[in-house]
Design a binder for this molecule. Structure first.
Ligand code: ZN
Length: 308
């Protein structure tokens, strides 16, 4: 059976946006993001990447979300980043992974051939590093995957409304400086507190617990304020990132290879490198509390749709 790309992209979006972590806000966030581009979100992101890049261009991929009080980084984000990085390499781009100090080894464990850069927490250093990285690499696209986004007081929060700013490299400076410089921005999020969700901030404040009022003294909520040109909302951010990689593969007529078997292999490796499940906070191959077997089925479903 050969389906056209539009129909496959619709199916991929439906699968990636499954609310299996049962956060009960994915539908509202997805619809708000869909209303901006009026087409399947993963396809819109893939088309944007193709439209904005030429062979040999640099592409930045920002990821990594800290979990407190463990001060470890979660399994959602890094795998989405490295699977997408591999497909970007296949289409001739040069990805640079950018993350927090505590997440560098996690990315290196699964992506030995891709450069990983650590981004500073300190405001002034972060501002300088944003300008430095953009002038050095001249990227044509910035892609944030499950990356904390600051709120209107430039504070970072988790989904419980707690402040995690002390652990987060302030990559909002990078996204904002990039946007001012005319560089395309793409983001994947699943809760509304991730960078890029500024595009749907009103929806986040209205529907997401702690969206408008957090548990930390800043008091103004977890809704991220930095937007992206294309925002992909999914049930688990990794799944949205796989959806973008899948749509890129379809548009470029490449084989999309990331199946459940590959997922489990990579997931075990990042857990060995120190990643934990963001919901149970346990060192096991879960993602956002979704058990291994269910996560594998979703990954295989995206793979099967793409390759049918
Ligand atoms: Zn706060």
């Amino acid at each position: 059976m050969k389906l056209n790309i539009d129909r496959k992209a619709f199916m991929i979006d439906q699968v990636a946006a499954l609310d299996l972590p049962t956060r009960k806000v994915v539908r509202q966030l997805y619809e708000a993001a869909f209303n901006i581009v009026n087409k399947p979100l993963c396809l819109a992101a893939a088309e944007k990447i193709i439209a904005e890049t030429r062979r040999e261009d640099s592409a930045f991929i920002l990821t990594g979300f800290p979990i407190i009080p463990e001060n470890l980084w979660e399994t959602d984000g890094p795998l989405g980043a490295i699977v997408l990085a591999e497909v970007l390499q296949m289409v001739g781009l040069k990805p640079l992974l950018i993350t927090d100090h505590g997440c560098v080894e996690i990315l290196k464990a699964v992506s030995p051939n891709t450069q990983v850069s650590e981004f500073p927490v300190n405001n002034e250093q972060a501002r300088l590093e944003a300008e430095n990285l953009i002038s050095k690499f001249n990227p044509s696209v910035l892609i944030a995957i499950e990356r904390p986004g600051w709120n209107e007081k430039q504070e970072y929060h988790n989904m419980k409304g707690q402040n995690v700013s002390d652990l987060v490299g302030k990559t909002d400076y990078l996204f904002r400086y990039g946007r001012e410089s005319g560089i395309a921005t793409i983001a994947v999020g699943d809760g509304g507190n991730e960078m890029g969700c500024g595009a749907i901030a009103e929806t986040v404040r209205r529907y997401v617990p702690y969206g408008a009022k957090c548990q930390c003294p800043c008091g103004v909520g977890i809704a991220a304020t930095t937007p992206a040109d294309v925002l992909v909302i999914s049930g688990v951010s990794n799944w949205g990132s796989y959806g973008i990689a899948a749509c890129l593969s379809l548009l470029k007529k490449l084989e999309y290879k990331h199946d459940g078997e590959n997922e489990l292999r990579l997931l075990k490796r990042i857990v060995e490198a120190g990643a934990i499940d963001g919901v149970t906070t346990e060192r096991k191959p879960f993602v956002d509390g979704v058990p291994t077997s269910i996560n594998n089925l979703v990954v295989n479903l995206v793979w099967a749709i793409t390759n049918m």
